[in-house]
Design a protein around this ligand. Sequence first.
Ligand SMILES: [Zn+2]
Length: 119
Amino acid sequence: MTEARVGLPSSWAEVCVLKPRLRQQAKEAGYLSEWRTLAAAAESGADTLEAWRELCARIAEHGSWYGTYAIRDDAEDEDPVYRCPSARRCERRTVPDRPGEVPVCHLSGAPMTGSAHGG
Ligand SMILES: [Zn+2]
């Protein structure tokens, strides 16, 4: 009885969302140095999506994968929607957990930009 469906990230948005969790999982699986390399590469704008997928696959083989993660894109119209500052690459969108809270892009470490003003 194996539940082997592993949701590897297929976009930068997913890597962005998963990155903090991936760090913990990579640490547990012994791939922390790989994670660090990829994290630094991502911050410098390198196109390493495939490498992230490989790292996730290796973590998954280790059995510590938490499963799929659905990117929240069901924002209500009246909610301010934030986009990642590196929107060319990371298409993640999110709404703040609490009003006034600015979410952070985990890829770049920069605050996400609001589009509430029609930008
Ligand atoms: Zn991002």
